[in-house]
Structures are given as C-alpha cells and as structure tokens.
Write a protein that binds this ligand. Sequence first.
Ligand SMILES: [Zn+2]
Length: 459
Amino acid sequence: MSLANKYRPDTFDKIIWQDHITHILKAQMKNEQKNNHNYLLFGPRGTGKTTAARILSKAINCLDLQDGNPCNQCANCNIINKWQTFDYIEIDAASYTWVDNIREEILDKVPYPPTQLKKKIYIVDEVHMLSKSAFNALLKTIEEPNNAVWFIFATTEIHKVPETIVSRCQVFNFKKVLKETMAPHLQNICNLEWLSFEDEALNLISDISEWCVRDAIKYIDQISVFGSISMENVSNFLGIAGESMVKDFLALIKAKDRESVFKKIDEIHDQWIDLLQFAKQNIMYIDKSLMSDIDFFISVSEVFSEIIATAKYYPYPTMIYKIAINKFLWQNKQTTKHQETITQEDKTKEDLVVKSSDWIEKNQNELENPISKEKQILNQIIEKVESKTLKDSLRDHTFIKNISNWKAHFIVINKIAEIALNRDDTKNNLENIISEIVWENIKIDIQFQSKEEYLSNIL
Ligand SMILES: [Zn+2]
C-alpha cells in the first residue's frame, strides 16, 4: 500500500489542522442533528475535503459511532471503504464524462431509497465544474426534502458554485495546512516508517507540495526508495534546489557578478534541477524574506516572473535566465565584466533564441486557432493525473508526437521527467487514462530528446 493511502485519515480525529470543522461534524453525528443533509466543503487543493467527505459518509451510516467518528469496522463502514455498495457514489465533476451524464447518473436514481446503507450518499467533487443545466437539475433534487439521500459537495472554487446551491448547504471552509503543522506530521510518518530524514528536506517537501499533505506523503514515499529523506535525495529526485542554493544565487545577482551568475545557472542546470521550479522557489524565498532587503527583492522578483512567463513557450531555460538577468543587471548598471564572459556556446544558444521567436509565435497562433488533437489529448491527460509532479512533467517537458496503431509516441525533453514517466506504475496509469480518453487500448512509447534536438526538429 502506498504511504499516501496508508496515512490517509479514516476518522475525523486523524485529520490535521481542520479542527474547527471536524469538531462540528463530530458533534452533529453524535447528536443526530441531521436536518440539513447537504454539505459543501470548500478550500484549496489538498486540504482534506474529499477525505473528510468520505469520513462523513461513513459516520452518517456507521452502526457503532465512536465519539462521532466512524468505527471503520462495522458492515456499513466496511462496504463504503471497499466501494461495495451503490448507495455510496463518488462523482468527480472535473471529469468531462460526468458533466453531461449527471442527470441520468444522479437524478434518475435519487428517488430510489438506499438498499444497504442507512442513507444514500452522493459525493460530488469539484462541483463548480458542472454545467448550468446540471446545476439546475441538481437544485431541483436538493430542494425536495428526501431524508434518505445526502449530498456532500466539494470544491476549490466556491465562487463558481451558484448561490442557490450554496444557500441550501452547510458550508465548511477548509484552511491551508501551515508548514508548522505539516512538518511534525511528516516527521511522525518518517518515524513510524523507520525512515531517516533531514529537517530541511522535509521543509522543502512541504514547500514543493504547496502544503498539500497527500502530495507531501507521496513524495516521501517515492524518495524513500533511495534510502533516506535527505536534501540530496530530494533534490535529485524532484529536480529541486535547497534553500541555500536559492540564497546563494540571489546573492550573486545582488553582487552584480554576471560571470559567476551565468556559471551558476549552467551548474544548476547540469545538476538536473528544474529551472522553472527554481524560479518559483526564488519567488517563494523573496516573498518570505521581502522585508530584509525590500528594494533589491522587489526589483529582482520581476526577473523571475519574466523567466516563468517565458519558460512556458521556450524549452531552453538557461538562456532565458541569462537574458532576463542580463537585462536586469544592465538596467541596474555597472556590471563589472561584459562581452568577454559570453562564450561561443552561449552565442550559439543566442541564435537559437532568435530562431525560437518564430516558434513562440507559432505556438501562440496555436493557442488562438484550434489546437492539435495530440495537444488536446495531452491536456486531458494533465487534467486527469493526480500527482502534481507528474502534471508538471507532462505540461512542461512532454509532447505527444502522434498516436497511431494503438501506440502513443511521447517525446520528453527532460531527463528527470523521462525517468518519472517511465516508472511502471506511472506508465500504466497514463496508459489507462489515455485509453479512456480515446476509447481504445493504447500503449505508450516514451522517447527522450534533448531540448536542443527537440527545438531544432520543430523549428
Ligand atoms: Zn462503523
């Protein structure tokens, strides 16, 4: 079992950092105050909404409540845990098939009472994705009092849920998990798993998972293959730099030492660190340390915003860094060394940048015109995969060349991404997703190409 599943909370008491919600829910379950039986759980991704919805479903049906928590032992808890009942239905509204099917999937079946459980439960995840007509149909259902059917909605974007729906639900706001809460939680899991760890590495994992507990645990699971959760393993596996590297890098820019900055960029790149992620890390660090050097940090933050914006269109990040930083140093004058620090290799890359402007234009055209079938499929895959790292790898480093003869040919332009995609479970997962999208059994063929190679092929 994966660590993320192993440590997924199965009672209200195990959910960290949402006590303001779990206290109320437990009290309701104990007192059987079950008048308003529609819930709307909202908050950022990874804060435990779906987990809470599942626990709530069990608590509503549990035959042996433990202080408001589901027992996870009784017949009802068991069939929900094992998905062995039609009385408990989870719907992901973000998955396109549901948007149109909601009428038949929910509304036609709602009138029938539960056959096994006490209450029939519908969990609708990402409910804001439903179409207007689906919402209208849904509204009709929840307006009619039917005590045997309960809806639990979850969303990251409550402002997109019609007021008519919101007003008929008990609304709970899930808070982002703070780093101070996350760190001890991750430490605890490492201890239980007999994994040695470095505090800095766990902090980095918290940052990179943007305080999504589930993602953080997944990273720990993946990195544990290498032995310990050390800074070195974390940066190797995730292609991310430690905070000290970010600090040193900013110090070099501040010192206006262009030669050293350029060398450092190549060095970071050679260590397989994802430079787009590195730009984001710089911004996070600047945000955190802003007051310590406000003028410099504010002006240099624009450099990283520019890098992030450009990197989407141009797959050669070291040059993007050099151009953006060069411009910044030029605007801030008095760099010490000039032209002689640009090597022949850099000149060649600069040529590539000029050529690539055509490519960028082409890509932007593509955004305005209908995008290719392959790109559309890739976008659908990105929507459907759960892991954030995998999403990033697909979005930033992967292209589908073509799909023919039941084979999808993927081109990956980043070594780490290639390794990640080639993992058996990841590949299987992707094959399942893509087969579902195109309604055919598809195998995936992954081919690595360097960014230069890729670029020169398409230019
Ligand atoms: Zn139970």
